[in-house]
Design a protein around this ligand. Structure first.
Ligand code: FE2
Ligand code: FE2
Length: 188
């Protein structure tokens, strides 16, 4: 997949609301800074970041159908909040619709909301960029931004911890991949 930034943005734009498109640009800019800082592949980072929310506004029923029918998708997802679905499903939709077949890029798109065990450098950069892009203003984000200036794993760990604490405080379920990512990073 050898598309320019402009081509990728042009491709995703019709699939996103304006605010989500602007978020996407901020995630891409943030992710490139992080990739540069921590030594991830900048081009792959840019592709994954621009495409990460591709399926965000697809109908819930369409996402559900994908999970039910594509054997590569964990059926577990159906028991958790549908907000988690657009990453894993989007990564596979992009394969079908634009021939995205880079597994490292697909992985970063798939786990950008939940995290997962054994996250690659690229996975972490996209996950963190989605969490700290300048438009985010939830509680605790500033501490994650500070950590992201020097320590990628520590920043991801705090983002995961904040996410789990938020979900628990709302009496919501925590997707196991998030807990697995947390457990692995907390053990250093
Ligand atoms: Fe997302
Ligand atoms: Fe996002």
């Amino acid at each position: 997949m050898d598309y320019s930034r402009e081509e990728l943005l042009h491709f995703v734009k019709p699939h996103l609301k304006q605010s989500r498109f602007e978020h996407t640009i901020r995630v891409a800019d943030t992710a490139i800074i992080l990739a540069d800082r921590f030594g991830a592949d900048v081009k792959k980072t840019e592709i994954a970041a621009i495409l990460h929310d591709y399926a965000k506004h697809k109908p819930k029923e369409l996402l559900r159908k994908w999970i039910e029918t594509d054997r590569r998708l964990s059926k577990d997802l159906l028991h958790f909040h549908h907000e988690l679905w657009h990453g894993p499903v989007g990564a596979l939709m992009l394969e079908k619709e634009v021939g995205l077949n880079d597994h490292s890029v697909q992985s970063a798109i798939a786990c950008h909301t939940s995290g997962k065990v054994n996250m690659s450098l690229l996975d972490k950069v996209v996950f963190l960029a989605d969490y700290i892009e300048p438009g985010r203003n939830f509680e605790g984000v500033e501490d994650v931004r500070d950590l992201a200036k020097e320590r990628l794993d520590s920043a991801c760990l705090l983002a995961l911890r904040n996410t789990m604490q938020f979900l628990i405080s709302k009496e919501q379920t925590v997707y196991p991949d998030t807990l697995h990512a947390y457990n692995q990073l907390v053990n250093g």
